[in-house]
Design a protein around this ligand. Sequence first.
Ligand code: HPA
Ligand code: ZN
Length: 336
Amino acid sequence: MKGFIKKLPKAELHLHIEGSFEPELMFTIADRNKIKIKYQSVDELKAAYNFNNLQEFLDVYYAGASVLLKEEDFFDLTMSYFRKINGQNVIHTEIMFDPQTHTERGIDFSVVISGITAAQDQAQKDFGISSKLIMSFLRHLDAQAADDTLQQSLEFKNLITAVGLDSSELGNPPSKFKEVFAAAKKVGYLAVAHAGEEGPADYVWEAINLLKVNRIDHGNNALADAKLVETLVKNKMALTVCPLSNVKLRNVDRIENHPIKLMLEKGLVATVNSDDPAYFGGYLNENYQAVAEALNLSKEDLYQLSLNSFHAAFLEAEEKAELVGKLDKFYAENRD
Ligand code: HPA
Ligand code: ZN
C-alpha cells in the first residue's frame, strides 16, 4: 500500500505553514538572524516534541515561529514545505498562516505574505503544485485583534482565499468571532474554522451556523452528536482530519482507534491532512500510511479520501475536474 499512497495524486487542505518548520531550518534561520533559541541542538529541540494536549504543543510552536523575521525566512519556510510535498505527489495544497503570530512581534503583514506567496509562485513554476492561502485568526486573542488583522489583509485580498480560526480551542468558541467572520465573508473570503478538535460538538454547530464556514478543520468531536453528523453529511461539509496530530495531541489514544474510517462509513466528506508535520511526525503520505495500516483501509478507501480532498478544495469546477482526472487515471491503472 505504501507505493500506492506514494503515487496517489492528492490535495492537502489543513496545513499550518508555521507547523512545517523543521528543527534544522529553525536553527539555520535563528543563526542567520542572530537569535538564540532555548534549545542547544536539533536533538534537544526534538525531545521537546512530546505533548499532552493542544496548549503544550502551541507553546512550542509559537516559540519556534519567533525566529522568523524577514521575507526570505517566510520564503525558505514555505519552499521547504513545497519540496517535501513535491516528493509525495501532493498536487494541490491550501496553506494556513497565522499573521498575528508575527505582527504581534512587530513583523509587518506584508513581510509575511510576500515571503509565502513568492514560494507559492515558485512551487507552481518549478513543481506544478497549485496552492491557496488561508489566513487564520488566533482565537486566544480577542475579536478586535482578529478584525485588525482582517483590515490589514485587505490590501492583499487577491492573494488570500479564506479566513480560518486556530490556536487554543477550549474557552474560545466560534461565537466569539461571529462579527469578524461576517465581515470577512462580506469582502469575499471563504471561511474555515478549527472545531471539535478538543472542543465539543457545539463548537462545530457554531462554526456552521454562526461563522458560516465552508469546511470544518478537524471536527472529530462531531461524532458525539448524531444530528450534527446527519447535517454534515447532508450539506457535504468536509472535515479536514489530521490523524497523526490527533494522536500526538492525545485527542485519539492510539492510531488504531482513529475515527476516520468510521467517518467514511457514515458518509462524511473526510480528508487526510498533516496539520503541523514538523511537530507531529509526518507529512501527508505518512498520515495516509498511518491510517491505511492501522485501520486496514482498502485502495478504494484511499481513493475516496483523495477524491474528497479535491472535491473539498477551494478551486473552480474546471480546476477540480482536471485534478480529479489525474486521480481517476492513476486509480484506473493501479486499483488491482
Ligand atoms: N489546532 C489549533 N491550532 C493550531 C493547530 C492545531 O492543531 N496547529 C497550529 N495551530
Ligand atoms: Zn490545525
